[in-house]
Design a protein around this ligand. Sequence first.
Ligand code: ADP
Ligand code: MG
Length: 488
Amino acid sequence: MSDAMNTAEINPTENLFNPVSLWEKSSEVLKDKLDPSIYSTWIEPLNFNVVDNSNSSENSDDAKTTFELVASSKFGRDQIKKNYAEMITSALIEVIGNDKFDLNFNFSNTPQILTQKFHKPIHHTQSNLQNSKVINIRTSADERLNKFAIQSNLNPNYIFSNFVVGPCNLFAFTISQKVSEEMGTLYNPLFLYGGVGLGKTHLASAIGNVALKKGKRGLFTSAEHFLNELVVALRDRKTDKFREKYRSVDFLIIDDVQFLCKKDFAQEEVFHTFNHLYQNNKQIVITSDRIPQELVGLEDRLKTRFACGLSVDLQKPDLETRIAILMEKAEVEKISLPQEVAQYLAQQIDSNVRELEGALNRLKAMSSVNNAPITMDLAINSLGQILCYRPKAATVLSIQEASAQYFKVSIQDILGKRRTSNIALARQVAMYLCRNLTPKSFPDIGSSFGDRDHSTVIHACKTIEAKISADNGFAADVNRIKTLLSNE
Ligand code: ADP
Ligand code: MG
């Protein structure tokens, strides 16, 4: 112990090879030179290692040390290598005092798996993932080519290789790839859920596109399309054909299954289709905006079936992933997008990927109309217009206020215990709107309403939904409250 300390004191160079202090010092040099947002996006998340060269055959005096910088994604690694390698190297030289080292850039997204939320029986999966160190992010682009592609209804552009992976979706991505490799047996059904525009349809389709390429036959259908086709089949007395179509496949993808809520006859059909495929080990992939248990208006027997495989969520992308998505889209569409503009767009738009794409498309259009390259000025100008028209996101509090105002009661009434009919209605409508306009779960909503149980919230949502379907006047009331909210 004391020896080690002495060495450190006597020989400062030795101390520098303590990776922690070496990297801390170098980071400080970089921090001075870089814009703070660039520093925090690209440099701060890096892990720094000194690679153990002790087994190397080169053992001469001037053998070089090898340092390794590890980014959390392949994209991050590539960006750092391209844009900041030189700067990092000179920072290291400045701190060490010589250039006797090699610097490697790597990436590892494995540890982020631990940060993902998930549901249901998954423990063995997690350890499988931890063991598989390298996750193959790029897959062959000719996933696209396939003879069953047209009948399958799959979008050939939604493939794994153009899906940008970050901590928000790594788990869903990895599981989806595994499902595409081992259909029907591993995770069946796979239930992908999450907010709008976060990549559910893209990932579900990517699974299908891989399967098609392997010669499997399958179908992609939105729940809405399924229902419409069923209505036509019933009308034309062709249900046998309809059933044959959906039950003879190797895999079935049902997109946006929340659409089936309260559509009982369609649920019945999905139930039998599901059972048939499941019993025959055919893969089922379902997407939804929420977990099965929270699909109000869906039969319990379907909820249990949907939840019996693996449910995985997609979350909002973080800043680095948003930048990566923009750069990837720009590359595919051959848009020359400066790094600082990507950074700016990604900072301003944090809701979902669809909005990011919209902003990029708008920028592309403006640049071609003006016949000018994409610059920061153009981005600020174009985005300013988009942001003005964005409806404000409702919060639990703003909903409670709007509902209280509309029904002429107070917030205390809404949060309190009194149950006079006006108060109870204002409270139930507010709960219903929270469920529909915010990403909050039933238990979260319950606790924001004077610590009520989640079952009370579920009951409120059911009651209000029933009232809306039965009473047009009431439906208009609810819409007026929504307008109050968006005009705030
Ligand atoms: P959802 O079905 O969850 O509403 P989509 O799958 O339709 O979302 O995604 C919306 C758009 O964003 C699509 O064009 C999709 O290709 C794109 N997208 C979403 N996530 C990613 C991602 N991680 N990488 C690249 N593109 C993405
Ligand atoms: Mg979708």
